[in-house]
Design a binder for this molecule. Structure first.
Ligand code: MTE
Length: 320
């Protein structure tokens, strides 16, 4: 089977959303940004948007949170990548609501002493939830600041007692063929598979995520649970998990399989390593307004102090 990224079939990332739609959205986003500025607090923004997803309250975890203005609920839930539902940024918000979310279990197995199959409620209760404000930097050179709710994935991984063989973690995500129009397109080989080295997965920043903006995750953001790895390009943060497997060998992830010269296993945010077809030196902050300048992209998305030590001695231009 040939697996191709949208841009391998002649579509540039900037073209995934048609230019006219993109321009219209920019104007709209600008208005939304001003609206949020006027409201000025996240709490007011939450109330104003009155989203339908059940509340998932959790105290803010200051240790791992960045102190930057949040993107709005509207921005975070309408500008998404979730290729199972199409390549357009608005496709997930339009189609992911059809996802069947109950029953939903996650199997955690492989190189572990105590494999587990847990439903979402049991997973949510496994460790105290906290809200963490993380930057999300997409490989397409846009970024957002998002208040996620969850706990460090390490809390779950410890429960299954990894064996000495456990050197990598593989995330497998849901496929619901009948309601996922993107799966028929064969842009990627489904299910969407991502992975981390064990020490990356055990790093406290790696968040098993159940909520956003004090509410349960809406489908377009990866309901009912996903991972968020803030120092890596957004595609590593797999949505709608159904399996977590520990193993000795590095997995071949969906994007590596689709375009190995463009998407490496590590995918650490790195302004010094351009994507083969565009620079990674700067980023566009979603909602910042049409005329605002691009922001510089920082190594490890600004989390270098916390995670650079994981890669000591590695050539990050080769291990991209
Ligand atoms: N997970 C699945 N299952 N399918 C996807 O297409 N897209 C990834 C990642 N997780 C994706 C996924 C990409 S490319 C990005 S940038 C982030 O999700 C976007 O997350 P967000 O839509 O919540 O901002």
């Amino acid at each position: 089977m040939t697996m191709r990224a949208p841009w391998d079939i002649g579509i540039q990332p900037s073209e995934i959303t048609p230019e006219s739609v993109w321009q219209a959205r920019r104007c709209w986003l600008q208005q939304a940004a001003w609206g949020t500025l006027a409201l000025s607090t996240a709490g007011l923004a939450r109330a104003e948007n009155a989203p339908e997803w059940p509340p998932l309250p959790a105290p803010r975890g200051p240790r791992w949170s960045v102190d930057e203005p949040l993107n709005t609920w509207q921005e975070i839930t309408t500008y998404n990548n979730f290729y199972e539902f199409g390549t357009g940024k608005s496709d997930p918000a339009e189609y992911a609501g059809r996802m069947r979310l109950t029953p939903w279990t996650v199997r955690i197995d492989g190189a572990v002493r105590k494999p587990l199959t847990l439903d979402v409620d049991a997973l949510r209760r496994l460790a105290p939830l906290e809200e963490r404000v993380y930057r999300l930097r997409c490989v397409e050179a846009w970024s957002m600041v998002v208040p996620w709710t969850g706990y460090s994935l390490s809390s779950l991984l410890r429960q299954v007692e990894p064996t000495e063989e456990a050197r990598y973690v593989v995330f497998t995500t849901a496929v619901q063929l009948d309601i996922m129009p993107g799966v028929a397109d064969r842009i990627l080989d489904w299910p969407y598979v991502e992975g981390l080295r064990m020490d990356e997965a055990m790093h406290p920043l790696t968040l098993l995520t159940f909520g956003v903006y004090g509410r349960t995750l809406p489908p377009q953001n990866g309901a009912p649970l996903r991972v968020v790895i803030p120092w890596k390009y957004g595609f590593k943060s797999a949505k709608s998990l159904v399996g977590i497997r520990l193993q000795s060998e590095p997995p071949v992830t969906s994007w590596m399989r689709a375009a190995p010269s463009e998407y490496g296993f590590y995918a650490n945010v790195n302004p010094a390593v351009p994507h083969p077809r565009w620079s990674q030196e700067t980023e566009r902050r979603i909602g910042a307004g049409f005329f605002s300048s691009r922001l510089p992209t920082h190594p490890f998305n600004g989390y270098a102090e916390a995670v650079a030590g994981l890669y000591k001695g590695m050539d990050l231009a080769r291990n991209f």
